[in-house]
Write a protein that binds this ligand. Sequence first.
Ligand SMILES: [Fe+2]
Length: 56
Amino acid sequence: MADKVALRHGFEHHELMELAEGMHAFMADLYSHLQKEEQILFPLVKKLEHGANDLP
Ligand SMILES: [Fe+2]
């Protein structure tokens, strides 16, 4: 959505271009965080839930 707004109004409001770039950086960080949770944290929580005590 930020890209769409920036493409439509970014020529008159340059800050919208910066906002869109910031959103891209934020989303990249967020997806990386979510991926780590899915691959590392949540499997660890499941192991703990089932009584595992050989955690890293
Ligand atoms: Fe989180």
